[in-house]
Each structure stands twice: as structure tokens, then as C-alpha cells.
Design a protein around this ligand. Structure first.
Ligand code: GTP
Ligand code: MG
Length: 263
């Protein structure tokens, strides 16, 4: 289990020729990180699994409260997730600039350190709360509840929650959002949906960002999209560029449909 954030798995799988040789069998080698090979190990593993379940159950309680609050105030809440630097804040800035005169908007920013992203959002005139998670690698629903208590609710509008840049842990944590939106940029490689399937499975929409860079890269768009649909057949995909504005109308249309459903 990842003891830093409490969101990891109790078992690691190592695959490869060396591992098979070491195991003396043709099967993958399994081991549990952070636990010693001592009698009672099974009990320890069970305790860790129970701890994970407790953490997620507690989180789900806060997420339900958040969802009720958003629903009562007719707010569309979206949870933007991606690896660091995919363009979450850039997409948000461009989106807010377009929508800010039409409806109430607010943003919660999650990062380990700095309020750089919140400052970028505030420069658009939209209210932003920054959550610094320190060593934590994801936002949880209680953090969002606390941030929401300190901000003006964008009633009948939209709340964007930009999660900590990380394609693993934020997948497991419901924040009370209507949907997770995963941003994959074309500089990251096509295989990310297969390597980090939980995130792509959890998302309703994938924004394939930085498409303005495609002429300079050996990135296979069709393959990336096929990989995303392989792990999540229902995922919607929109190709965009926060820099050039390509795909923004389609993204704004998608937002309008979700907003109508929340209203
Ligand atoms: N060429 C190009 N660059 C982009 C695009 N979107 C974002 N960038 C650049 O990518 C870098 C990271 O963008 P951010 O918006 O900060 O990414 P982020 O996902 O918010 O990053 P973290 O919050 O640190 O995880 C910046 O240098 C952006 O200018 C895009 O569509 N095209
Ligand atoms: Mg950001």
C-alpha cells in the first residue's frame, strides 16, 4: 500500500524474464511492498486492504454530501484529471474566458505546492480556491468540501475541479463531481490509456490536447483513441488544442449538454 497517500494497492506485480527466472516458474512474480516477509503477513495484508476500504468509504460519504450540495444549487461540477502538464489549467483558462459572461463559474485547484494555477485562473476574473496537498498526490472529497465552504457557490453554473497532476490516485477518489474529464496530451505517448486504465475507465470524456503539435510528433491519434475505447468503450473523445483553440467549440457543446442535465 502507498503509505504516503493511503490510496495504493496492497500488491505489486512484476513481469519480465528475470522475474520469472527468480520465481522459478512461468508465472509473474507478486510481492507486497512495505510489508516484511514475516509470520502474520496475511493478516497484515488484510489489515491494509481494510484500511483502503475504510479510506474510500469515508471519502464516499463526503463525496455524497458534495454531490447533494452541487445538485441543490444546480451546479455542474467536473473533475479534471491528467498527468502533470497535459494542459488542464490552459484548457480551463480558455474555457472560462469564453463562458464567464454567460453563467457563474468557480474553480478549485489542486497541487502539491504553489498557487500558480489559482493565480492563472483568477487572472480571468473567475474565483479560484487553491488546495495544496503537500505530499498528497490527489484531492479527496473532504478537501473539496472545505474549499467549497470558503467560496461563493456558482449557483446554476459550473465548478471545475483541477486535480493534482497524476494519472493514478485521483481515479479512485470520487469528489462528488458529475463526471471526470481526463486530459491526455499528444506529447505523452499513445499507450497511456493502457498503462493507466483506471483513470480512463473512470472518465466520461477524454480531451486529447496539444493537437497543434501533431505535425511535429510521431503520435498516432487513432491508436491512442482505440486504446482509450478499449478500456472504456463508452468514453467520448474530443481532440483539442488550448493553444490554437481547435476543438474548443465541441468541448463547449459537451459542457452545455452536461450543464443542462445539472440544471
Ligand atoms: N503547444 C501546446 N502547448 C500547450 C497546450 N496546452 C497547454 N500547453 C502548454 O503545456 C504546459 C503545461 O500546461 P498547463 O496548463 O500548466 O498544464 P497542467 O495540466 O495544468 O499542469 P499541472 O497543473 O502542473 O499538472 C504549458 O507550457 C502550456 O503552455 C496546447 O494545446 N498546445
Ligand atoms: Mg495546472
Amino acid at each position: 500500500m502507498c503509505m504516503t497517500c493511503g490510496c495504493g494497492t496492497s500488491e505489486v506485480l512484476i513481469r519480465g524474464k528475470q522475474a520469472r527466472k527468480a520465481a522459478g516458474a512461468d508465472t509473474p512474480l507478486h510481492f507486497r511492498p512495505h510489508t516484511a516477509e514475516v509470520p502474520g503477513q496475511d493478516n497484515e495484508a488484510k489489515r491494509i486492504v481494510k484500511l483502503e476500504q475504510d479510506i474510500l468509504a469515508k471519502n464516499d460519504g463526503f463525496a455524497d454530501n458534495n454531490r447533494r450540495l452541487f445538485s441543490a444549487n444546480r451546479i455542474l461540477a467536473l473533475n479534471l484529471v491528467s498527468s502533470p502538464g497535459s494542459g488542464k489549467t490552459s484548457i480551463l483558462v480558455r474555457t472560462l474566458q469564453t463562458l464567464k459572461d454567460d453563467m457563474p463559474l468557480a474553480v478549485i485547484e489542486g497541487d502539491q505546492q504553489t498557487d500558480n494555477d489559482a493565480e492563472r485562473i483568477r487572472a480571468t476574473g473567475v474565483e479560484a480556491m487553491q488546495i495544496n496537498t503537500g505530499k498528497g498526490c490527489h484531492l479527496d472529497a473532504q478537501m473539496v468540501e472545505r474549499a467549497v465552504q470558503q467560496m461563493t457557490l456558482p449557483q446554476h453554473g459550473m465548478l471545475f475541479i483541477e486535480n493534482v497532476g497524476n494519472l493514478v490516485c485521483p481515479a479512485a477518489f470520487d469528489l462528488g463531481e458529475a463526471a471526470k474529464v481526463v486530459v491526455l496530451s499528444v506529447t505523452e505517448g499513445e499507450d497511456k490509456p493502457l498503462k493507466y486504465p483506471d483513470m480512463f475507465r473512470a472518465a466520461k470524456l477524454m480531451l486529447l490536447n496539444k493537437c497543434d503539435l501533431l505535425p511535429y510528433l510521431a503520435f498516432d491519434v487513432a491508436r491512442a483513441e482505440e486504446y482509450a475505447r478499449r478500456v472504456n468503450p463508452g468514453i467520448r473523445i474530443i481532440r483539442i488544442s488550448a493553444t490554437s483553440g481547435e476543438g474548443m467549440p465541441e468541448w463547449l457543446d459537451w459542457l452545455a449538454v452536461q450543464h443542462q442535465a445539472a440544471a
